[in-house]
Design a protein around this ligand. Sequence first.
Ligand SMILES: NC(=O)c1ccc[n+]([C@@H]2O[C@H](COP(=O)([O-])OP(=O)(O)OC[C@H]3O[C@@H](n4cnc5c(N)ncnc54)[C@H](O)[C@@H]3O)[C@@H](O)[C@H]2O)c1
Length: 463
Amino acid sequence: MPEKVEVAQSTRRTFLGTAALTAASYQRVLGANDRIGVGFIGFGLIGKQHVADFKRFNDVDIVGVCDTYKPRVDEAIQYIGNPNTKGYADFRRMYENKDIQGVVVATPDHWHALLTIMACAAGKDVYVEKPMTVFIDEGKWMVQAARKHQRIVVVGTQRRHGKGVAAAKKVAESGVLGKIHSVRMAAFRNIYPGFGKTPVSDPPPGFDYDMWLGPAPKRPYQAHRGIYHFRWFWDYSGGQMTNLGAHIIDQVLWVMNVKGPSLVMSTGGRFALEDDGETPDLQDASWVFPGFTLNCAIREANASRGDPGQVYLGTKGTMTMAGGYTVASEMKGDPVNDIPPFQGHPIGGPVYSDTKRTPWIEASSGGVQSDPRYGTGGEDTMAMNERDWLDSMRTRKRPLCEVEDGHRVATACNLANMSLRLGRSIRWDPEKEQVIGDKEAAAACVRPYRAPWDAVLRSIVKV
Ligand SMILES: NC(=O)c1ccc[n+]([C@@H]2O[C@H](COP(=O)([O-])OP(=O)(O)OC[C@H]3O[C@@H](n4cnc5c(N)ncnc54)[C@H](O)[C@@H]3O)[C@@H](O)[C@H]2O)c1
């Protein structure tokens, strides 16, 4: 049983007072001893992990499980092993179940927003997987629905949890690194030549492809437009920028305490892989945040750098963070001695001094590596995030990875992908959440939903 999460957030407060809840928006207020009824949507790679985790929480009843692929509903029912768990082919039927207080959304990304919005309207709290959205306005609608229906909505960027990240955040905030002016991150792996090409075919028996597509455009079925491989198609996802980038950028925004960038530029494309995916297999992106820049390098066909963690570059020291952290000092000296000597300056040039170089700060390290599922040992941050959601459902206090946090992270990722696809940099107002001076980029912040889902969306939120 995972331990109860301590959230060391000084700003944490009761932000959804139970007194404010209306009967229409909330089925019942959970008491300390009430069991929480949970329903799962999407029993895939990560949905099964969530089910495994929630089976270990002894204050939870797994009331329902829903998937568009019938064999997975059957497998889930068997795996859960609870005769009271109901299987569903259509999430709308599951949302009618009054025994469910919260739903875990672990579908492909293109469903995250609408499933969350509809769950909020149905009076359910939500744990929604990252990346929260595939285009920027979806995040605004999700925040709107969560606030209107006073729901607890947690996003699955679990790496924000954990003592390592909390300790690194304290180091960054202490000022010991001097002025942190830039942050670098990278995600390298080698899956060359890729996953192959899949022809247009009939969906497998029991797979409701139309429901799987949901609000996304209608396209002929091919196996890669489905289970797991949806990640590499623009209709359903944003490639590695949103897949891995969401986790890393979430940590940067958290550690650096910023809302959003003012300028974003990205280049890249699908240069090396020989399969039918669309999203980039290499991408470089830069964001300008207040007081610092963030650089990201993604490679799918070269693993030479691995995932070196995030590197926070300050005037007095450098912090590398990958769960735990290490701090190395910069050297303090007379700037004039950094000019290459060659033959020495002719008369009138700068004069070298004999000042010795000394470290600005002491080297240090600390924290705990996070998440055993990523092979780094240490803390189970996913279980911590799940537990935080359940605790927030009872207390109505702000969880650590809240819907607005997920929206900001997804916005940064989506802006990078917009820049890459438009072939130019994008200026952004993080307060107004608007593109500045670029009509085409502004239009890319929203995409149409396919009928009937467009009407469903508009019946719940202001679009
Ligand atoms: N937090 C993490 O560390 C982490 C790790 C991996 C994946 N993820 C995220 O989890 C999500 C799912 O990824 P995955 O690898 O499990 O995908 P997957 O394809 O293995 O599973 C998704 C499942 O959702 C089902 N589904 C799709 N639309 C549905 C609908 N409308 N109703 C019910 N079921 C529906 C599919 O049939 C499939 O079984 C993605 O958004 C991914 O980014 C998060």
